[in-house]
Design a protein around this ligand. Structure first.
Ligand code: NAP
Length: 155
């Protein structure tokens, strides 16, 4: 089973210059809570943006080049893995689009802002058959730049 988690601005932006375009501690906490103990899969560029493996989770990276600092699998191998366990797709844009047809559940955070000059975007959920089953608005805390809305979608 595949789930997906992403945070996007009001226009669907998720990234800029290879990184997240905001400081949003509450969303990182939410990400940690949702992904903890799970298998997570990410693209090589998202891996490059991290300081290292995210602890407490099986970290898998999709890349066409081998590497020795993290487990690298092919798309086909990850699809096979998703037949026997829950795999959480954590980005970025290329990897979200690749897995969207396989995804049953999406954890989406809307960061209430409009990023200028974004260069990575969330997958379009339009016409994909997802239904909103939960929504919670949260005001920015002391370590957040913006208000946010946590949404839970399934199909
Ligand atoms: N806001 C959020 O929730 C969120 C979450 C995650 C990431 N992001 C942002 O998204 C941006 C990165 O997204 P991106 O689209 O540029 O890159 P990405 O999806 O993280 O990684 C792309 C890389 O994945 C590998 N790849 C793609 N398709 C593959 C396939 N079929 N088989 C094997 N490997 C494959 C390739 O690696 P190789 O070149 O090594 O072959 C490709 O260059 C960053 O700005 C990041 O901060 C945002």
């Amino acid at each position: 089973m595949f789930s997906m988690i992403f945070a996007c601005d009001l226009n669907g932006a998720i990234g800029k210059d290879g990184d997240l375009p905001w400081k949003q501690s509450s969303d990182l906490q939410h990400f940690k809570r949702v992904t903890m103990s799970k298998t997570i899969v990410m693209g090589r560029k998202t891996w490059d943006s991290l300081p290292g493996k995210l602890p407490g989770r099986r970290n898998i990276v999709l890349s066409r080049s081998p590497r020795d600092d993290v487990e690298v699998l092919s798309f086909e191998e990850v699809v096979k893995l998703g037949e026997s366990e829950e795999v959480m797709v954590i980005g970025g844009e290329e990897i979200y689009n690749l897995f969207l047809p396989h995804v049953k559940e999406i954890h989406k955070t809307i960061i209430v802002t409009e990023v200028e000059g974004a260069d990575a975007f969330a997958p379009s959920m339009e016409g994909e058959g997802f239904h909103l089953i939960g929504e919670r608005s949260v005001d920015a805390g002391p370590r957040d730049e913006h208000n946010m809305v946590f949404q839970h979608w399934i199909r």
